[in-house]
Write a protein that binds this ligand. Structure first.
Ligand SMILES: Nc1nc2c(ncn2[C@@H]2O[C@H](COP(=O)(O)OP(=O)(O)OP(=O)(O)O)[C@@H](O)[C@H]2O)c(=O)[nH]1
Ligand SMILES: [Mg+2]
Length: 350
């Protein structure tokens, strides 16, 4: 295979890697806030809320990059009695289940949970609209313990209950969204958890740091695919292919930190971080950057990154360059997203 064909093959494998989706199913009483929670998790309105949706009749599928959220119709309703339900929705195909409730659990949800449990599926219980939990005789912590105990009693099992609120006027750290994200990541198998992490919005420093680690891990993995493809040394062979691969990588990194192109271009031109990020948006600037990095002096500097890559030594300078550029770009995006999050938290607290 010539190097161009190898590169094309690499791109295809990489895209395929990204196209496998994490599938998370939401279920629970109508109006409990399933759609609102999905929007909060990803940080933008990907699904309509507030109006009675057709989830009584069909499963609603919401696709957000590499994550597929599914709003399942209620189990064992007149439309879908228990015996028809599994044939209609094949619910066990999902990687994780989230049961959202408000006031109380529905009978059918309990039965469905038991089935999930027997099938050894992970299910997270979320008491949404936590902003409405109030009793002038008791503290919030006491009330949460009471609710959790009640749920465990109803399910005749010990489960963890998360408390969330989609009310955006409340400070982020009081809304439990980051805790739900962490629980989802924890319950998914690692590769899927990483994928989920990459596609959700960061509401906490912890999630941002995890995003950074995951991004660097993903760059490393791309290097492995490149190595497996014998893609070495790619840089300098064809500037067009180099730019394409780099542009895919940069875009992926920006996406992980939810940095939009709009945001970069409208930002202050004197902001160093934004300038660096902006260079990864346009083909021309990527190519220019690559030309610069291919100078001899730069190559010598890159050699020092090779030991970090351990098993990747054999990949050589081509992938080394890509690794170096990817890490550099990740650092810039992380620093920018961190600053943005700090500003957001400050603004909401005021
Ligand atoms: N106060 C408060 N209202 C919420 C919260 N979450 C959702 N809501 C509101 O509750 C209503 C229903 O929310 P949805 O997200 O549409 O609920 P759903 O579970 O998707 O409902 P269906 O699709 O009809 O099953 C909307 O008007 C939301 O604005 C919350 O945490 N607190
Ligand atoms: Mg809905």
């Amino acid at each position: 295979m010539d190097v161009k064909a190898q590169a094309q093959d690499f791109i295809e494998k990489w895209v395929f890697e990204d196209s496998k989706k994490v599938k998370i199913a939401f279920f629970g009483q109508p109006g409990a806030g399933k759609s609102s929670l999905i929007n909060e998790l990803v940080g933008k309105n990907v699904t309509a809320t507030g109006n009675m949706t057709d989830t009584t009749k069909t499963a609603q599928i919401i696709e957000h990059n590499e994550v597929l959220f599914v709003d399942l119709p209620g189990y064992d309703t007149s439309e879908f009695p228990a015996n028809k339900y599994f044939n209609s929705f094949n619910p066990l195909q999902y990687d994780l289940f989230v049961c959202v409730f408000n006031e109380k659990l529905q009978e059918a949800d309990k039965v469905f949970f038991k089935i999930l449990q027997q099938a050894k599926r992970q299910c997270i219980f979320v008491r949404n609209k936590a902003d409405g939990i109030y009793d002038n005789q008791k503290s919030l912590a006491e009330l949460q313990v009471e609710i959790t105990d009640d749920i465990c009693w109803q399910l005749t099992d010990t489960v963890k209950v998360l408390f969330t609120s989609c009310k955006q006027t409340l400070p982020i750290e009081q809304r439990g969204i980051a805790a739900l994200q962490e629980e989802i990541i924890f319950r998914l198998e690692p590769a899927l958890g990483d994928k989920f992490l990459r596609n959700v919005r960061a509401y906490s420093q912890e999630i941002l740091v995890q995003k950074k680690q995951e991004t660097i891990k993903a760059i490393n993995k791309a290097m492995l695919i490149a190595a497996g493809n014998g893609l070495n040394p790619i840089f300098g062979v064809d500037m067009g292919i180099d730019a394409k691969i780099m542009s895919m990588m940069y875009e992926r990194i920006r996406k992980s930190f939810a940095i939009s192109e709009e945001e970069i271009t409208k930002g202050s031109a004197t902001d160093n971080m934004l300038q660096l990020i902006a260079r990864g948006v346009k083909k021309e600037t990527i190519t220019k950057g690559l030309k610069k990095i291919m100078t001899k002096e730069m190559q010598e500097r890159l050699v020092k990154y090779i030991p970090i890559m351990g098993q990747l030594v054999s990949v050589g300078l081509g992938a080394g360059t890509m690794y170096y550029l990817g890490v550099e770009y990740t650092e810039a995006c992380f620093a920018y997203a961190k600053k943005r999050l700090e500003t957001e938290i400050k603004l909401r607290v005021q």
